[in-house]
Design a binder for this molecule. Structure first.
Ligand SMILES: [Zn+2]
Length: 108
């Protein structure tokens, strides 16, 4: 069951922009500076300021970013669920499959 978009947008507006939590510094000193999101619906770039969510530490080399980006062009939210490793490469995590709560569009 999907949440109505208004509720999702409200939750999105209540969460912190990822850009305010960046740069994320790993314990070994390497830094993740963020990424540009892309709308899963229309493909427009989503500014870092419009990606809201949280970054949590998994281990010394990995952190988990769970966020949603709001697209002003087509009025939709795109999920960005990433594991970021110390190389600074974002890897998509299949959180949707285990949670199955939101109708998330996978980023490219
Ligand atoms: Zn869009």
């Amino acid at each position: 069951m999907n949440k109505p978009l208004q509720i999702e947008q409200f939750e999105w507006s209540q969460s912190q922009p990822i850009s305010q939590q960046l740069p994320y510094t790993f314990t070994n000193g390497l830094v993740f500076n963020g990424l540009n999101g892309q709308c899963g619906n229309c493909g427009q770039l989503i500014r870092p300021d419009d990606i809201h969510g949280s970054i949590s530490t998994l281990s010394a080399e990995r952190c988990l970013m769970v966020a949603k980006g709001y697209c002003y062009y087509c009025d939709t939210l795109t999920c960005f669920n990433f594991i970021i490793d110390q190389e600074g490469q974002a890897q998509v995590v299949d959180i949707e499959k285990s949670a199955a709560a939101d109708n998330c569009t996978k980023p490219n």
